[in-house]
Ligand binder design. Structure first.
Ligand code: CTP
Length: 402
C-alpha cells in the first residue's frame, strides 16, 4: 500500500521500553513515502536517542518546548498542524492521562493540545496500569473525542507480567496510520445522522457475586459502531460488559443488565436508526439475592427466571414520529437460520434482520457469515471479517437513510 498524495505524520515518542518499536515504524513509513517529523519526550529520550530517530526520519527531531530558535522558525502550534496525522508511540499511562486532562507541560503534550489534526495512539504499559480504572476512564475520554487507538496487544511484557498492555507491533500501527491517512476512501454519507447501536452480552445478577451471561464478545457490535462513525454518524454505543477498546469517535454507554440496556437505548433516542447487535439475555433471575447465596448441604437449588424486556421489539413498535426510520436486529441461530430469522423479523417488527449461524465458532471469533433479510428478501454475504461485515452493513444503512 502506498499513499496517493505525499503525506506526513507528527510522531510523538513517549517514555516506555516500547519506544524502540517507534524506530521500526519510522522505517516502514519512510519506505512508503510518508514524511515523519518526530518529537521525543524527556521519558522517550531514556529509551531512544534523538540522533537515531533523526537518522531514520531524515528530519530534525524536536525535544524541547522552549527552543527560541525553533519558536522563531516554526512555533509549536505550527508544528502541531503541519502534519496530516499526529501519532503517539508509545502512549504511556502518563501521556494518556495528560491528554485526557488537557495538560501542556512539555512540547509533546502542548502539541497534542494545540493540534487540529486526527490523533492516533498506541498505548503501552504494565497490565495493571492498563486495567486501572483511571487509565480506562482516560481511554474512554480520548476515544469519545475521536482519538484513534491501536492495541495494546495481550502477551508477555517486558516487566515480566502477562496480559493486555504490550504495544501493538509496528506493522499494525503502520496499517492503522495508513487507514487514517487514506480515510480508507470511506464517504462521510452518514454525517448528521444519529445512530444507536446495542452490543455485547448482558449480565443478569443471581446474587452480588454471580450472574447469568453469554459468550458474546461485542466485536461485531463495536465494529458496526466504528464503521458508522467512520462514515460521519453520531453514534451512541450501548454496550454490555466487554473486554474491548471503545471505538474512536463513539459515545459509549456501559450497561450490565437487559433492563439497563433498554433504559440507555430509550434515553439515546430520538435517532435515525437503531442497530440491535447485543446478545441480550432473554431471562433474568426473578428475585436476585441481596446477599451472597450460601451452599445448602446436599440440596439442589433452582432459580426462577422471568423474561427480560425486548429492546429490539420495543423500539420497533414505537409510534411513528418516535420510531427510528430504520431498526435493525440480529438473529443468532444454530439451525434453520433463514426461516427462524425471517419469523423473528416479523415477530419483532424490525426492518432488517442480520442473521448469522453461530453454531460455527462465530462467538469471540473475528469472522462472520451473515444473511441480511428485509422486505425484498434474503441477501447472502460471503464469510468475511467482522470489520468487513460492519463496513458493508454501514454502507447499506447509509443508502437506506439517504
Ligand atoms: N434482542 C433485544 N432484547 C432482548 C432480546 C433480543 O433487543 N431482550 C434483540 C437482539 O439484540 C437481536 C434480536 O433481538 O437483535 C434477536 O435476538 P435473539 O436472542 O437471537 O432472539 P430472541 O428474540 O431471543 O429469540 P430466540 O432466543 O428464541 O432465538
Amino acid at each position: 500500500m502506498t499513499v496517493s498524495q505525499p503525506k506526513s505524520i507528527l510522531l510523538i515518542i513517549g517514555g516506555g521500553v516500547a519506544a524502540y518499536k517507534a524506530l521500526l515504524l519510522i522505517r516502514l513509513l519512510k519506505a512508503r513515502g510518508v514524511g515523519v517529523r518526530a518529537v521525543v519526550t524527556a521519558g522517550g529520550e531514556q529509551f531512544v536517542t534523538p540522533l537515531s530517530v533523526g537518522a531514520l526520519s531524515g528530519e530534525k527531531v524536536f525535544t524541547d518546548l522552549f527552543d527560541l530558535t525553533e519558536e522563531a522558525e516554526m512555533g509549536h502550534i505550527q508544528l502541531s498542524r503541519a502534519a496530516d496525522l499526529v501519532v503517539v508511540v508509545p502512549a504511556t499511562a502518563d501521556l494518556m492521562a495528560k491528554m485526557a486532562g488537557g495538560h501542556a507541560d512539555d512540547l509533546a503534550t502542548t502539541l497534542l493540545l494545540a493540534t487540529d489534526k486526527d490523533v492516533l495512539i498506541a498505548p503501552a504499559m504494565n497490565v495493571r496500569m492498563w486495567d486501572h480504572a483511571a487509565t480506562q476512564a482516560n481511554l474512554a475520554t480520548l476515544t469519545a473525542r475521536g482519538v484513534g487507538v491501536v492495541g495494546p496487544d495481550e502477551g508477555d511484557m517486558a516487566c515480566g507480567e502477562y496480559g493486555p498492555g504490550r504495544m501493538a507491533e509496528p506493522e499494525a500501527i503502520f496499517d492503522a496510520i495508513m487507514a487514517r491517512l487514506e480515510g480508507n476512501g470511506v464517504p462521510r454519507d452518514l454525517a448528521g445522522k444519529r445512530i444507536v447501536v446495542t452490543s455485547g452480552p448482558t449480565h443478569e445478577p443471581i446474587d452480588p457475586v454471580r450472574y447469568i451471561a453469554n459468550r458474546s464478545s461485542g466485536k461485531q457490535g463495536n465494529a458496526i459502531a466504528a464503521a458508522l462513525a467512520a462514515r460521519g454518524a453520531e453514534v451512541v454505543l450501548v454496550s454490555g460488559p466487554v473486554r474491548l477498546n471503545p471505538p474512536a469517535g463513539v459515545t459509549v454507554q456501559g450497561v450490565e443488565t437487559a433492563r439497563e440496556m433498554l433504559a440507555a437505548t430509550m434515553a439515546a433516542l430520538p435517532a435515525d436508526a437503531v442497530i440491535c447487535a447485543a446478545a441480550v439475555a432473554d431471562y433474568r433471575v426473578a428475585d436476585a439475592a441481596d446477599q451472597k447465596l450460601k451452599k445448602a448441604d446436599g440440596a439442589g437449588r433452582s432459580l426462577t427466571l422471568v423474561e427480560n424486556p425486548d429492546i429490539l421489539a420495543t423500539v420497533s413498535v414505537l409510534p411513528s414520529g418516535e420510531r427510528p426510520r430504520l431498526v435493525v436486529g440480529f438473529a443468532a441461530e444454530t439451525q434453520d437460520v433463514i426461516a427462524y430469522a425471517s419469523a423473528k423479523r416479523e415477530r419483532k417488527g424490525c426492518d432488517w434482520i442480520v442473521a448469522n449461524d453461530v453454531s460455527q465458532g462465530v462467538f469471540g471469533g473475528d469472522e462472520n457469515r451473515v444473511t441480511v433479510i428485509d422486505d425484498a428478501g434474503a441477501e447472502d454475504w460471503p464469510r468475511m471479517g467482522k470489520d468487513a461485515v460492519a463496513e458493508k452493513l454501514a454502507e447499506r444503512i447509509a443508502r437506506a437513510l439517504a
